[in-house]
Design a protein. Structure first.
Length: 108
């Protein structure tokens, strides 16, 4: 299994567990994924998707609970999903909420 296949496998398992309401132990998993090299936008999007599914509830409704750095990573995740064309990495709620509008209005 190469780096890309490993990252994809971890993502699929994590997304399934979170969608089913499970809370997996990520103590060893996230460092293992972090050590893998992403070769393209798809790999970057996958790594950010693993962060998203580890950090945010399955329905994607967590912006108000995010730190400022989490908001930046969440924004990068959404951009990477769009650039890679891998819409299945996100939940519908990731693009149907008012995340950017809230962010812009809070900065004004």
């Amino acid at each position: 299994m190469n780096d890309s296949e490993f990252i994809e496998f971890v993502f699929e398992q994590l997304k399934q567990m979170k969608t089913e309401g499970e809370n997996p132990d990520l103590v060893h998993l996230l460092p293992a994924v972090s050590a893998q090299k992403a070769d393209d936008w798809s790999g970057i999007a996958l790594k950010l998707a693993i962060w998203r599914w580890a950090r945010i509830r399955a329905n994607g409704d967590a912006e108000r609970e995010m730190s400022l750095s989490d908001r930046l990573i969440y924004s990068a995740f959404r951009d990477a999903v769009k650039l890679s064309g891998r819409d299945g990495l996100a939940a519908n709620a990731d693009f149907e909420n008012d995340f950017y509008a809230e962010l812009i209005s809070s900065a004004a």
